[in-house]
Design a protein around this ligand. Structure first.
Ligand code: CA
Length: 731
């Protein structure tokens, strides 16, 4: 290229930059104050506010300002956004809402038309983690991976884009869109199924696709990769990998735009199938699974990456929320990413170049022997954690030391606050399973979480149980099956300053901190709790009767500081409603709860009626044999159990309690989509009528046994809702 051409290119670039300047979103505020401009509150998503009107001295009078019931009973995970007195937030399957943030008056709501067939390939509930707001528009992704731009004043659709790149794969979307300069970036989920992960960037104004970055390569036999950076990545995979089922790496949550560097930092998901042996048989790091990948916001090209879990075998997504901030590390002030993903480490990474600065384990970790200080890479520990060679108890467990529940970073104290789970799980290759196929659940690993390992050991096939008894880690899970804590952590050393126990391993609500030294967190038992940030002392507890997982946020309108949180149980493992939760006791009415000083009491939803004995099961068809029931059970566990765990008070129907009408329509429900509008997909592409009849026979058998058991309990005056433990095949 001659100098003249170069100059022309430069002029062209300047002209383009000038054009796009008019399209730029207003810069996100450096710190959250009256406004909370994105689900993380500020440009770095620190979930920390400078507001201090509510303080340790007056928090005793905190009470309800307003509430809104959303008319849903599935999980709420979003942190609302408030801009100039208007609250924008998202709910089940990507519904969006706008409220007057001081009165609670609903301004509009948007309910996308979602083809509920998508539920076939949604692992972890019909979740949505929030909206992006820019240029008078509200951006939200629906569960079926359609991205919507809505008019912020009316909620009317300005444009929509279908982000699905391959309708044959089980793609969904649950994360919050992220505004990055003149584009809005959205990721996708589905690595529990057959998905190849990617993020897509759309023009804020027109919805035109600006760029797309696949997080993992495609089959090299198809020719050159569809993105130049993947030519390097494909060398880290076996050429004979299971490309047909996608490879995974889905960026389903954290995507942070860094205005300082112009980078979009993306957290990528686990590998699919789970175990390297079944995904990339010759091994390899398999870029960019389980990584932070920094992309140029203008082009989508990789500028740096840090792979947190090379060759992931353990569902160790790197999708947990990240925080962009500045920290003094070894005497040097640096712009950093703070990230605590599932794999048990808390990382500090330079956000200019991806250099690893610190990596501290914050829970028990045995998948690696530690991080090599020279290379920054984890040292493998196959003896302890590679379950291809036999069952292993791996720390942390697949739900992760950290997951999607937001933590908070307070720049004043330099402390990181987050719910942290310390738990292992038993993993073994599912015996006798056929290779994974398209749209099928990731099926190569069976697992049992920490508290279930010892009680259920005797129910496992004897060779597996015998091998587990020989594992040194068995004593460790027996000593401490799990701990779930709210913690204050010094991110530089990884040391915990204080910790408050939470109730169960699913109890891990998101966190808000404020400049007045308060920490707000909800719990599954239905309390909003306020702690002294310095000591962890509980200052105030408000009973709400609603289980809370989402992070609280705060804002100020008309001189009044409010704290808001969305409340409803669900997410990963959602059919297992914990018996200690408000959802179990009061149901799972989705609502937004907003608090202020001198507020009122929260209306508590009425208690659910006591459980009734399962209704009588119909007679089995004459041709049903024990073999039919066993085949039905296997089909049920292979296809149905992720949603229908058949637990008391499940969010989805407990199929041990089907009424006669449901039994009569069983085939139509499963094969013809009779209850599709309710969220029950059709299965006629996978299951034959005889398969459905076998599943039905298994459920009739289970219903009969449940009824007999419950009649006996009733006769003896025992409660019906004793917890039942089920082996989950995959998660
Ligand atoms: Ca996963």
């Amino acid at each position: 290229m001659g100098p003249g051409v170069k100059r022309l290119a430069l002029l062209l670039a300047l002209a383009l930059a000038a054009c796009s300047a008019g399209n730029q979103a207003p810069p996100q505020q450096a710190q959250a104050g009256d406004n909370w401009t994105n689900p993380g509150g500020d440009a770095g998503k620190s979930h920390h506010s400078t507001l201090a009107d509510i303080s340790p001295a007056n928090v005793g009078t905190l009470g309800l300002a307003w509430q809104a019931e959303l008319g849903t009973n599935r999980v709420l995970e979003a942190t609302p956004v408030v801009i100039d007195g208007v609250m924008y937030t998202s709910g089940v399957a990507g519904r969006a809402y706008a409220f007057d943030a001081s009165s609670g008056k609903e301004l509009w709501r948007f309910e996308p038309e979602v083809d509920m067939q998508v539920n076939r390939t949604v692992c972890c509930d019909m979740a949505n983690r929030g909206v992006a707001v820019a240029n008078g528009k509200v951006y939200v992704a629906a569960l079926d991976a359609k991205l919507y731009a809505l008019d912020a004043k009316s909620g009317k659709v300005v444009w929509q884009a279908n982000t699905v790149d391959d309708p044959q794969r089980g793609i969904n979307s649950t994360g919050a869109p992220e505004v990055a300069g003149s584009v809005v970036v959205i990721g996708n989920g589905g690595a529990e199924y057959d998905v190849r992960g990617y993020v897509s960037a759309y023009d804020l104004e027109t919805g035109k696709l600006a760029w797309r970055f696949h997080t993992v390569p495609r089959d090299p036999k198809l020719g050159p990769q569809d993105h130049p950076d993947l030519e390097a990545a494909v060398k880290t995979w076996d050429p004979d990998s299971r490309w047909d089922v996608g490879g995974g790496g889905t960026p389903w949550d954290a995507i942070n735009y860094d205005p300082d560097t112009g980078l979009v930092i993306v957290g990528t998901g686990n590998g699919g199938p789970y175990h390297t042996a079944r995904r990339s048989p010759k091994g390899g790091d398999q870029l960019y699974l389980s990584s932070l990948v920094a992309l140029d916001a203008k082009t989508g090209r990789v500028r740096w990456y840090y792979q947190e879990t090379p060759g992931d075998n353990w569902d160790f997504t790197a999708t947990a929320p990240m925080i962009l901030t500045r920290m003094t590390i070894d005497g040097q002030d640096r712009p950093v990413v703070l990230h605590a993903p599932k794999n048990g480490f808390l990382y500090i990474i330079d956000r200019r170049d991806g250099k690893l600065l610190k990596a501290s384990p914050i829970v028990r970790v045995n998948w690696t022997k530690g991080i090599d200080p020279q290379t920054g890479k984890p040292i493998p520990n196959p003896e302890a954690a590679d379950y291809a060679s036999g069952p292993k108890i791996v720390f942390p467990a697949t739900p992760g030391a950290r997951n999607w529940h937001p933590g908070s970073y307070d720049p004043g104290s330099g402390l990181y606050f987050a719910p942290v789970q310390d738990m292992g799980n038993l993993l073994f290759m599912t015996p006798g399973r056929k290779p994974m196929t398209r749209k099928m659940l990731n099926n190569d690993a069976a697992l049992l979480f920490g508290p279930m390992i010892a009680p259920l050991l005797g129910t496992l096939p004897p060779p597996i149980a015998d091998a587990v008894r020989k594992l040194p880690a068995l004593a460790e899970v027996q000593r401490l099956p799990f701990s779930s804590e709210l913690r204050a952590i010094d991110p530089v050393t990884g040391k915990t300053r204080w910790a408050v126990p939470m109730q169960g391993w699913q109890d891990r609500g998101g966190v808000l901190t404020t400049a007045s030294g308060l920490l707000f967190q909800g719990n599954l038992a239905g309390h909003l709790r306020v702690f002294d940030m310095k000591t962890g002392k509980l200052l105030k507890e408000i009973a709400t009767g609603s289980s809370i997982l989402a992070a609280p946020m705060t804002y100020r309108v008309g001189g009044v500081q409010y704290v808001a949180v969305m409340a409803a149980w669900g997410g990963g493992g959602y059919p297992y409603v914990p018996a200690y939760s408000a959802a179990y006791k009061h149901g799972n009415i989705g609502r937004i709860l907003v608090f202020r000083l001198d507020g009122g009491p929260v209306p508590i939803p009425p208690e659910l009626p006591p459980l009734e004995v399962a209704p009588p099961a119909p007679a089995q068809a004459p041709e049903v044999t024990p073999a039919t029931i066993a085949r039905g059970q296997a089909l049920f566990f292979g296809n149905c159990v992720l949603c229908h765990s058949n637990q008391h008070r499940s969010i989805t129907p407990d199929l041990r309690r089907m009424q006669p009408g449901t039994h009569d329509a069983f085939r139509q429900i499963v094969l013809e989509g009779l209850l599709l509008p309710n969220g029950m997909p059709r299965w006629d592409d996978v299951l034959k009528p005889a398969d459905v009849d076998a599943i039905h026979a298994y459920l009739i058998d289970a219903q009969g046994k449940t009824r007999a058991d419950e009649l006996e309990k009733k006769r003896r005056g025992l409660p019906l809702d004793a917890p039942s433990l089920t082996v989950l095949s995959s998660f």
